[in-house]
Design a binder for this molecule. Structure first.
Ligand code: HEM
Length: 508
C-alpha cells in the first residue's frame, strides 16, 4: 500500500476504534460503509433483532464512518424519552444532508422550534375534532374500501391488501387533513394520488449514497431525501394551493391543515428566535418557564406545508402498513379472526354501526392491534442526541454530548427477554388481565414521553373503525401468493410493505 492510500485508509477508518475506547461491543465495520452493507443481506428489522440478540442491550454500529450507540435498556429508555427529555430533544438527521420540507416537519425539528410546532399541531388532534372525522372515515370505509373488497371477493381473486388499504387511507387522509375528496381507486390523475406511491420509492443505491457521501457531493447530485424529491415538490405544491384557496375562501372547516393554519404568522410578524437547526452549541431545550419563546403559536407558511407533508406520509403509508399487517396476522390465525369477529358482531347495533366511544371499548380488538404493532411496528428505531455527557446507568459508559444514540424499538418488541415466544402472534398478552406482565418501556410503537406520536389517537381510531366494517363482512385467509413472512422494503428506519396478497371472501 502506498503512503497516500495508507493515509486515506487511516483517515476513513479513524473512527472505528471509537466504541473500543468507550467499552462498547458491536459488529465489525468496513471501510466507507461501516455496517451499512449488512442491509444487502438482511432486512433492517431482522438485522436489528439479530444484533440485539448478539450484542445485548447496549452496543454500537457505524453508519458510514459515523458511530451510533444502541440503547435497549428499559430504565435508560425512560430516562431518554421521558425524565431527561429536555436534554434529548435533539433529533439527528438520518442522512448526511437535509431537505427543507423534511427538516421542518414536527418529527424532525428540535428544541424550542419543536415546542412551537407541537403547540400549533396538537389542537388538530383534539378529541372533538376526532369525533367529527369519525364520520368522514366511516364514509370512506363504506363507499370505497368495502365496495372494492366486495369486487375482489366476487371475483375470487387474492387482493393486494397493501394497495387496497393504501387507497382507503389515502382518501381518508386527504379528506381529514386537507378537506380534499379523492378516489384513489379510480382517480389516478389527482396529484395527491399520482405522487402518493412513488414518493416512497427508495432505491438501495440512493440510501447508501445519502448515508455515505459527503454533503457537497450530495448537493451536486441533488440528492437530499429518503423520499422522492420530485414527488415531495408535487405534493407540497398541492398542499400550498389548497392552503391558499382556503385562505381566500375564508374556509373555517375543521381539517388538520386549517387548524395548523390558525398559527400562521401575520404579514408583519417575525419568526420567534428559537434555535437554529445547525447551532450545535444549543443542544438542550430551554425549560418552559425560561421564557415564552418556545410556546408562541406561530409558524411560517413553509413550516405549515411541512406539517401537511408529515400528515400525508404518516396517515397514508403507515396506516396502510398497520391495516395490512393486522389482516395478514388474522389470515394466518383464523381462531383470532373468529374471536375478533364475535366481539365486533356483539358490539355493533342493528344497522351494523358502532359509536366513537364503543369503538375504544373492544378489548380483543385493542389486543389484536397492539400485538400487530408489537410485531410490525413501522418505525424500527428512534434517534436522539444528548445535549450533555450522558452516563448510561451503572455501566460506567458515558455517551459524549452530541453523540447520537438509537432506541431499537422493533428489536425490543422482538426480544424473548421481554416477550415469551416473541416471534409469535399472541394478542392475549395485551388483554387487560395480562397487561401486568408487560414491562414498562418495552412497548413503544408510537414512542412515548412528550414526543409521543401526535397522530396516535387518530391512527387507532381509523384502524379500528376500518376493521369493524371490513371484518364484519369479509373473511381473510392465506393464499398461495401470501409471502410468509411478508417482504419488506429497504429503509433505514421503517418497516414497510411493497405489496401483500391475501384471499378474501364475503361472510354471507
Ligand atoms: C400506525 C400508525 C403510526 C405509527 C406506528 C406512528 C409512530 C410514530 C412514532 C414512533 C413517532 C416518534 C418518532 C420519533 O420520535 O423519532 C411518531 C411521531 C409522529 N407521528 Fe406518528 N405514527 C403513526 C401514525 C401517525 C399519523 C396518522 C399521524 C398524523 C396524522 C402521525 C403524525 C406524527 C407526528 C407529527 C409525529 C412527530 C411528533 C413529535 O415529534 O412531536 N403519526 N409517530
Amino acid at each position: 500500500m502506498s503512503m497516500r492510500s495508507k493515509f486515506t485508509y487511516l483517515h476513513l477508518t479513524k473512527n472505528f476504534s471509537y466504541f473500543k475506547k468507550l467499552g462498547i461491543k458491536g459488529p465489525k465495520p468496513v471501510i466507507i460503509f461501516g455496517n451499512l452493507l449488512d442491509l444487502l443481506f438482511v432486512s433492517k428489522p431482522d438485522l436489528e433483532v439479530k444484533r440485539l440478540k448478539q450484542f445485548g442491550t447496549i452496543y454500537g454500529i457505524f453508519e458510514g464512518n459515523k458511530p451510533l450507540i444502541q440503547v435497549a435498556e428499559p430504565e435508560l429508555i425512560k430516562q431518554i424519552l421521558v425524565t431527561d427529555f429536555r436534554l434529548f430533544n435533539t433529533k439527528v438527521r438520518i442522512t448526511n444532508i437535509g431537505h427543507p420540507v423534511i427538516e421542518r416537519m414536527l418529527v424532525s425539528v428540535r428544541g424550542d422550534a419543536w415546542r412551537r410546532t407541537r403547540t400549533a399541531v396538537s389542537p388538530a388532534f383534539a378529541i372533538g375534532r376526532m369525533r367529527r372525522q369519525y364520520a368522514q372515515i366511516r364514509h370512506c370505509v363504506g363507499a370505497q374500501l368495502v365496495n372494492q373488497l366486495q369486487t375482489c371477493a366476487n371475483n375470487c381473486a387474492p387482493v393486494d391488501v397493501k394497495r387496497m388499504y393504501g387507497c382507503f387511507t389515502l382518501s381518508a387522509m386527504t379528506w381529514c387533513a386537507f378537506g380534499a375528496r379523492t378516489d384513489p381507486y379510480r382517480d389516478f390523475g389527482h396529484p395527491f394520488v399520482a405522487n402518493a406511491w412513488p414518493v416512497f420509492k427508495l432505491p438501495l443505491w440512493k440510501l447508501l449514497a445519502l448515508q455515505v457521501l459527503p454533503r457537497f457531493v450530495l448537493r451536486v447530485l441533488r440528492l437530499n431525501s429518503l423520499f422522492n424529491e420530485k414527488c415531495i415538490a408535487n405534493i407540497t405544491q398541492t398542499i400550498l394551493k389548497i392552503m391558499r384557496a382556503k385562505e381566500s375562501a375564508g374556509d373555517k372547516s375543521d381539517d388538520f391543515i386549517n387548524v395548523v393554519m390558525n398559527s400562521k404568522l401575520g404579514p408583519n410578524e417575525e419568526l420567534p428566535d428559537d434555535n437554529n437547526p445547525d447551532d450545535e452549541e444549543n443542544l438542550v431545550m430551554r425549560s418552559k418557564t425560561d421564557d415564552n419563546i418556545g410556546t408562541k403559536k406561530s409558524l411560517t407558511e413553509e413550516e405549515i406545508v411541512a406539517q401537511g407533508f408529515i400528515f400525508f406520509t404518516a396517515a397514508f403509508d403507515q396506516m396502510a402498513n398497520l391495516l395490512s399487517f393486522i389482516t395478514y396476522e388474522l389470515a394466518l390465525k383464523p381462531e383470532a379472526q373468529d374471536r375478533l369477529y364475535e366481539e365486533i358482531a356483539a358490539a355493533v347495533d342493528a344497522d351494523g354501526e358502532i359509536g366513537y366511544n364503543e369503538l375504544s371499548r373492544l378489548p380483543y380488538m385493542d389486543a389484536v392491534v397492539n400485538e400487530t404493532l408489537r410485531l410490525h411496528a413501522a418505525p424500527v428505531k428512534l434517534r436522539r442526541t444528548p445535549g450533555r455527557d450522558f452516563p448510561l446507568g451503572d455501566t460506567g459508559i458515558v455517551v459524549p454530548r452530541g453523540q447520537p444514540l438509537e432506541i431499537p424499538i422493533y428489536a425490543i418488541h422482538h426480544s424473548d427477554k421481554f416477550y415469551p415466544n416473541a416471534d409469535q402472534f399472541i394478542p392475549d398478552r395485551f388483554l387487560p388481565e395480562n397487561r401486568h406482565n408487560l414491562k414498562p418501556y418495552t412497548f413503544m410503537p408510537f414512542s412515548t414521553g412528550p414526543r409521543v406520536c401526535v397522530g396516535k389517537p387518530f391512527a387507532l381510531m381509523e384502524a379500528k373503525l376500518a376493521l369493524v366494517h371490513v371484518l364484519r363482512r369479509f373473511r381473510f385467509a392465506a393464499h398461495k401468493d401470501t409471502k410468509v413472512p411478508p417482504i419488506v422494503k429497504t429503509h433505514p428506519m421503517m418497516k414497510s410493505l411493497e405489496s401483500l396478497y391475501i384471499s378474501v371472501e364475503a361472510r354471507d
